[in-house]
Design a protein around this ligand. Sequence first.
Ligand SMILES: [Zn+2]
Length: 227
Amino acid sequence: MTAEDGSGSAEGALTVAACPVCSRLQDVERAYHKWGWDEVTLSFPDAVRHLEPMPAGVDAGQENGIGGETSGETLLRCPHCGTPYRYTWSSEYLANGSEDREELQRLAPAQARQDLPEGEYERLMSLAGLWLFHANGAVRRQAARSLLGHHLAAGDAAIVRPLLAAEDEEILRGALFLMRDLYREGREALDLAPLTGALETLQHHRDGEIAGAAQYLLSAAHAGTRR
Ligand SMILES: [Zn+2]
């Protein structure tokens, strides 16, 4: 905590629900634009413009060869509460009008750890512990995401089992969807074996999205053991 620093203490304990920027963003935001087809345009909320790039996280993007597709990603950070985001974009040239796709995803601090300012990771993680039982669902999701990301990055899958056994669907969503995303991206070498029992219960969850994510991870875990 930087109590002596006015701006630091002001942003000290702002949840994503109380933050003037993050409260106007969903966990995942998508935008789409096709030149000459304005009726199918999907735009980001205005709040996206207030996020700031993390200097070390800038990726200039890359040309992907013959198809004329370019893509890239940048890490962004909310200037008010410090929540990290990943912005990805791709642009593809097509004969009937090029297509631009953008996605903004709220991250666990562990996913942006190397690019966060000094001390910021510890600050965000100490708040995550407090906010797991917050009244607002978006805050609980971000807390669960933060804790899961932290323990998986430390190679500690068994510790996250209580998150996957939570009654609270928001905690489940935060933890489970991050785990699915990490597995899909191949960014973490995840050992899912300690979590198989929890995932087997969740694959029958009444919420279809939760059940689907659990099924995806179980099939990934089984494929892993056969390797
Ligand atoms: Zn914010």
